[in-house]
Design a protein around this ligand. Structure first.
Ligand SMILES: [Zn+2]
Ligand SMILES: [Zn+2]
Length: 253
């Protein structure tokens, strides 16, 4: 199984619109972060996790030619606003794309993109099938388990896909979810910044503590903001946990 980090930045991206504070970080291209999204490829499946505002650019630069399904962690715009751009895949593949997420997120997507669904569906618009995922499902050759976790007051989903656990925008992981993550070979977890604490996001040190507590041997951090320098942070981090960067590809057994 292969994971491509399509984007690794926080909700505003790095640098932010207007380029404010852009010279805070070095010119290392790994300090340019589009909004968080990932692409999982297995023997028979091509799966997206989240579809943000830069999806069109991400799909072209990573040459995503087919999508079998989409997993959505939660309804914030940095994770769903690219859903409309899945239209080109409808045209080429001639099918509706299945989108798996929580019941509450389905409600939110339906109201946000009302022109795509039901009686309001606009002719020629993107065709998505919104499907609730509340327990383990088999999707082609993948086993997908939803991982409920807390993003401040919002209950959102991470996903375990075979030996990969992917969680973004997390502040707390409940004990039952930790049990579902245990035994993963790779974890992807959000770490907003080194400090200070944030009410709805883990800091990098908090994310490191969780990965160590779960005894997962390989960790990648995502959803970093414009104060987090790639190279300097990776020097500070333990070797088995590193910041991910846009277009990085990893293999998972
Ligand atoms: Zn986010
Ligand atoms: Zn969020």
């Amino acid at each position: 199984m292969k994971l491509t980090f399509l984007g690794t930045g926080t909700s505003m991206g790095v640098p932010v619109a207007g380029g404010f504070g852009a010279n805070r970080l070095s010119s290392d291209p790994r300090n340019i972060r589009t909004r968080c999204s990932a692409w999982v490829q297995s023997g028979s499946a091509s799966l997206l996790i989240d579809v943000g505002p830069e999806f069109r650019i991400q799909s072209i630069r990573s040459r995503i030619k087919r999508i079998d399904g989409v997993l959505i962690t939660h309804e914030h715009m940095d994770h769903v606003s690219g859903l409309d751009d899945l239209r080109s895949y409808n045209y080429v593949q001639k099918n509706n794309l299945p989108v798996y997420t929580s019941a509450s997120c389905i409600k939110s997507i339906r109201s946000r993109f009302d022109y795509l669904f039901g009686a309001n569906k606009y002719a020629g618009s993107t065709s998505l099938d919104l499907l609730e995922i509340s327990e383990e499902v088999t999707f082609k050759d993948l086993k997908i388990t939803p991982l409920p976790c807390n993003h401040g007051d919002l209950e959102i989903l991470g996903f375990r896909i075979n030996n990969l656990s992917y969680l973004t925008d997390v502040k707390k992981i409940p004990p039952d979810t930790k049990k579902l993550i245990k035994g993963s070979k790779v974890i992807v977890l959000s770490g907003l910044r080194w400090e200070p604490d944030h009410p709805t996001h883990l800091t990098i040190p908090e994310a490191v503590d969780i990965i160590n507590e779960l005894e997962i041997s390989r960790g990648f951090l995502i959803h970093m903001n414009s104060f987090v320098d790639h190279e300097a942070s990776n020097h500070k981090l333990p070797g088995h946990i590193q910041l991910a960067f846009d277009q990085q590809v990893i293999n998972i057994d």
